[in-house]
Design a protein around this ligand. Structure first.
Ligand code: FES
Length: 162
């Protein structure tokens, strides 16, 4: 069995969720779509780094991982905003206020989930679970996971992104 590349940051629970799914599927190339679903649920999008990681772990060539990621409309490649804000909408986060966080960002910055602001400064995304449910509601600002946030906290973080 192929080993998962040690390049992934092991302290990030999102990667641990992806690794667990890869192992459950026996590192099989046939598991590509399922693993990409898990990546998107955890990160909110796919990017070149995650595609390379998944391809390496499953023994799938880059042309195929990239082809699958761009062919299926379900998959979202990382949007081009200067910053990304991924709001977790998994159950724990949702019942703890993720909906009002999204509403606030949308109304104040005039951006819907999956979109980037007109000035290209921020892309707003959602994820199904960041693996940090005890911190619900959780949001990832660029690559930093923050938890137990109110809509006010989130707006303050967004204002501070330089
Ligand atoms: S449901 Fe949000 S981190 Fe798990």
């Amino acid at each position: 069995m192929r080993q998962v590349s040690p390049a992934a940051p092991r302290d990030d629970k999102r990667w641990r969720m992806v690794d667990a799914r890869i192992r459950r599927l026996g590192n099989s190339p046939e598991g590509l779509i399922e693993v990409l679903h898990t990546v998107q649920e955890a990160f909110g999008y796919l990017d070149h780094e995650t595609l390379a990681y998944v391809g390496n772990a499953l023994g799938v060539p880059p042309s195929r991982t990239y082809g699958v990621a761009t062919f299926y409309s379900h998959f979202t490649m990382k949007p081009q905003g200067e910053h990304t804000c991924v709001v977790c909408t998994g159950t724990a986060c949702y019942i703890n206020g993720a909906g009002s966080i999204i509403k606030r960002i949308s109304s104040e910055l005039n951006v819907e989930p999956g979109e980037t602001t007109a000035d290209n400064r921020l892309s707003l995304l959602t994820a199904r679970c960041l693996g940090a449910c005890s911190l619900a509601p959780a949001v990832v600002f660029d690559n930093e996971v923050q938890g137990k946030l109110t809509p006010d906290d989130v707006m303050t973080h967004l204002e501070q992104l330089s």
